[in-house]
Each structure stands twice: as structure tokens, then as C-alpha cells.
Design a protein around this ligand. Structure first.
Ligand code: PMP
Length: 468
């Protein structure tokens, strides 16, 4: 279970730079009533984030109402790829609201037509059907359902297996969480579906053997034959890293899926919409899946997700039998169309690609300074992670990652709580509109916060540590 951040106000040194402004104790004492109301009325699971009561968020900044401004490295949770509250998205939402159409269920709308057209034009030609939903979990559940239905169609009622990856994440609902590989998070299910299994994810760090044979061996060990399997679902990169599979591995996986009529789904919920320096992250692999699940960055704002796929997979359910109440809500569609157009027009995917070396260099520098406790760093485009370990071991160190994030927040750099199966990753995911200068400033803050957190853990001062 993750930790909570301290909500007792702490006097922190003031910060006033071009990108950060901290002028009060944190959290601001006047925000305590809101924080406490939330703690009373919401479940404990909602307490994970640094205790800033967000008043507004614009482009790369998050503001509270007491004059503090954070440089945002969260994008909420990899949602605001085009920037927070960008003018075009706001205007599209306002125009849609003023048009008088706020909801239309599955009845046709121009807004839905425009968005599915845009998404299809951005996807590989054979993924020519688009189904709009609301959350990422809903999209991955839908992919599981489509894969199974397809398996039964081509191979009979035994071809229902779903293969996901260890440490993978596809959501917190029953099917999506089973397909994911966060072992500890599945305890509540108890009677897991034996046809939903996990295999090792070839990240080269936690899993050293990155050969495709390892995939096949794991299936064999778990008694699964290709004729039992309907689908494979893989995050295009695993969020904990970001960790990509080797290109050759994915090429073999895609060929194997094709050979055995197994539906291959790439979960792009957090990887899509330019985040990794390509519009879709699977472009790094040079293969086309049968299904893409996406969400988060699709709208840079309102809740929306999508499943894109080949018609023979997407058209398996007759009229009215695969729907959702808020399928392609018109306000969300208008926001998404505006956000995607903004990403394209401002070349934000390209900005992510260009800044990748800057981000990676900054993280490598921190790792080089603290090789015993910064176990692994990785970056692709504008998503990166720094995994902390207990000194000199490969045992994850959640407390250290947590403290680094807390110190960043106190210095005006906003990250969400640590991620990963053991909560060991400081994850970096700014809006893709971030300029290089702001990225570099953030890296300096992260480096200083890491120094301090490590010094505290070792019981020495950060200055002593720098001199060592
Ligand atoms: N898949 C991936 C790869 C994700 O990162 C997430 C959300 N973190 C989900 C699925 C689930 O999305 P949601 O929270 O919108 O249900």
C-alpha cells in the first residue's frame, strides 16, 4: 500500500523562478479544510497525491489559489499532452456546450463522426473501426471481450485465453486487473479466471531474458497452447519504466499471433498521442496490432477513451449489443478533436522526440551520482522514470521515491505519487508543450531533491553528500 503525503503545513524556502513560484507554507493552511473534507468523505485510496488543492492548470503549470505555481511533470496522469486547459480545447468545449448538445448516447452526432474520422486517419489503414468509450479500463475490458469473442469464433469455446504481462497495468476493473500483472493488486479477486495468465515482460531489467522463447516457455509451463489463446494484451511500454520490449521480440510476437489467429492488443492508454516521440508508441516497434486501446492524452482534458481495430474483430456484435452510456459524449468528442489537432499543429510529438535526450541525460547524471540507490532510469520522448532501490541492492525503495517527490513538490515541481509494482518509480510526464529550458530547470530540482532525500536517509546533510 502506498503512503500518504504529510498534510501538516511545512514552512518551505520561497521559490521564484520563471517556471516555479512557492510563497507560502505547504500545504497552505487555508486549504486544510478542503483536504480534510476530502479525507473524511473519500476512500483512503484517494489520498495518494501531494496535497495541493488545484485551483487551475494552464499549459505546463498548476496553480493553487494562494499564489503558488508548480511546474507540472504529471500532466494529471499523462492526460494533458497538449497542455493543461489550452485555449483551443476550452473554446471547443464552450462552443459545444453553447450548441445545446451535451449528451446523445449512441444516437448519431457530427461530433462523434468527426472524432472517429480523425482517429481512423491517424491509425494504420487496417484499423478502420473506432469505438469511443469513457475510461482506459473500459477500453481494455472491451479489447478482452473482443479478443475472446474472436477466439471463440475462429477456434471454438476453448480458445478463450488472454495473455498479459507481469507488472503490466490495464486498469482496476475485474478483467483489466486480471490481465494486468501487478500481483499484489489482484488479491481481492481470489478466484481468478484460469484462462487469463501473465508471462514475463522482457524489460531487460527485472526480466533479464528478453528472448521470445521466454514467452513460449512461460506459456508451456502454464499449460497454455496457442489453440487455447484468444488474445495477447501488452502495454506498448510498461508504465513503471517506461520499459519497452525489444523490437525483435515484438516482431516475433506479432508474427506468432498472426500464425495462430490470436488478437494482439497494444494498450496505448498512456503511451499514445505523442507521449513517446511518436504519435502511437507502437510505431517504435514497426508492427501493427489488431487492436489499439487508448485514452488519457486523447482529449488533454475530459474523460474519453477509444478502441481502434480491424473490422472483422470490431464488428462481431450486432446493433445495440456493444455500447456504453457515454459512448462518445459530444463535449468530450469536441475536446478531443481540438486537443489532437493542437498536438498535430504545434508538432508536440516532435517536441517530445527532440527533448528525449535532454531528459535522459539529466536522469543519467543523477544515476551516475547515486549509483547505489538509483537502480534504473529510462526515458522515451517525454515520459521517463527513475527507479529507487535500497543501497547496493535491487530491492525497490518506495520510501525514497516518495520523499523525492515530496521534496520536489515543496520546491515547485509537481509529480504524481511513485508508481510501479513496488511504488519505486519517480515518474516524469510533463505536457508535451514543455520548452527545453523548463525541462532543464525541472531536472535541476529533481537532482537537488534526490540529493537531499538520499542524504536524509543516510543521516547526513545534502552538502556533505555533495562534497563526498
Ligand atoms: N491502461 C494503461 C496502460 C494505463 O496506464 C491506465 C491508467 N493508468 C489504464 C489502462 C486504465 O485507465 P483508466 O484509469 O482510465 O481506467
Amino acid at each position: 500500500m502506498g503512503k500518504e503525503f504529510n498534510i501538516s503545513p511545512v514552512n518551505v524556502p520561497p521559490v521564484a523562478t520563471k517556471y516555479r513560484h512557492i510563497a507560502t507554507a505547504l500545504p497552505h493552511p487555508d486549504s486544510l479544510s478542503t483536504l480534510e473534507r476530502l479525507r473524511t468523505l473519500e476512500p483512503t485510496s484517494m489520498r495518494g497525491m501531494p496535497p495541493i488543492v488545484w485551483e487551475r492548470a494552464e499549459d505546463i503549470f498548476v496553480y493553487d489559489k494562494y499564489g503558488n505555481r508548480w511546474l507540472d511533470w504529471s500532466s494529471g496522469v499523462l492526460v494533458t499532452n497538449a497542455g493543461h486547459g489550452v485555449a483551443e480545447v476550452r473554446q471547443a468545449i464552450i462552443d459545444q456546450v453553447n450548441s445545446g448538445l451535451l449528451h446523445n448516447y449512441v444516437f448519431p452526432s457530427e461530433e462523434r463522426a468527426e472524432l472517429v474520422g480523425l482517429l481512423a486517419s491517424l491509425a494504420p489503414a487496417e484499423l478502420n473501426k473506432v469505438f469511443l468509450l469513457t475510461t482506459g479500463s473500459e477500453a481494455t475490458e472491451c479489447a478482452i471481450k473482443l479478443s475472446r469473442a474472436h477466439g471463440i469464433k475462429v477456434g471454438g469455446r476453448g480458445k478463450i485465453g488472454i495473455v498479459g504481462f507481469e507488472r503490466g497495468f490495464h486498469g482496476r476493473t475485474m478483467g483489466s486487473q486480471q490481465a494486468g500483472g501487478m500481483a499484489g493488486q489482484k488479491n481481492w479477486i481470489v478466484n481468478e479466471d484460469p484462462a487469463i495468465i501473465n508471462v514475463p515482460f522482457p524489460d531487460g531489467y527485472w526480466q533479464q531474458d528478453v528472448s521470445f522463447d521466454c514467452f513460449l516457455d512461460s506459456l508451456a509451463k502454464q499449460g497454455m497452447k496457442p489453440s487455447d489463446i484468444a488474445g495477447v494484451i501488452m502495454e506498448t511500454y510498461q508504465g513503471v519504466g517506461p520499459d519497452f520490449a525489444p523490437v525483435e521480440y515484438v516482431a516475433e510476437l506479432a508474427a506468432w499471433c498472426r500464425q495462430h489467429q490470436i488478437v494482439l492488443t497494444f494498450d496505448e492508454v498512456q503511451a499514445g498521442f505523442g507521449r513517446t516521440g511518436k504519435f502511437w508508441a507502437f510505431e517504435h516497434y514497426g508492427v501493427t496490432p489488431d487492436i489499439i486501446c487508448c485514452g488519457k492524452g486523447i482529449s488533454s482534458s475530459l474523460p474519453l477513451s477509444a478502441v481502434l481495430g480491424k473490422s472483422e474483430i470490431m464488428d462481431q456484435f450486432g446493433p445495440g449489443s456493444m455500447t456504453s452510456t457515454h459512448t462518445g459524449n459530444p463535449v468530450c468528442c469536441a475536446a478531443a478533436t481540438a486537443a489532437i489537432n493542437k498536438l498535430l499543429r504545434d508538432h508536440l510529438t516532435e517536441n517530445a522526440a527532440e527533448l528525449e535526450p535532454v531528459l535522459l541525460f539529466g536522469l543519467e547524471k543523477i544515476k551516475a551520482k547515486h549509483p547505489l540507490v538509483v537502480g534504473h532510469v529510462s526515458a522515451k520522448g517525454l515520459v521517463a522514470g527513475m527507479q529507487t532501490v535500497k543501497p547496493g541492492t535491487s530491492e525497490p525503495d518506495h520510501d525514497l521515491a516518495h520523499r523525492i517527490i515530496e521534496l520536489c513538490y515543496q520546491r515547485g515541481l509537481l509529480l504524481f505519487a511513485p508508481v510501479g509494482a513496488w511504488g519505486q518509480t519517480v515518474k516524469i510526464s510533463p505536457p508535451l508543450s514543455i520548452p527545453q529550458e523548463a525541462l532543464e530547470e525541472g531536472l535541476e530540482v529533481l537532482a537537488a531533491a534526490t540529493d537531499q532525500a538520499i542524504a536524509e536517509a543516510a543521516g547526513v546533510s545534502a552538502t556533505q553528500l555533495s562534497l563526498a
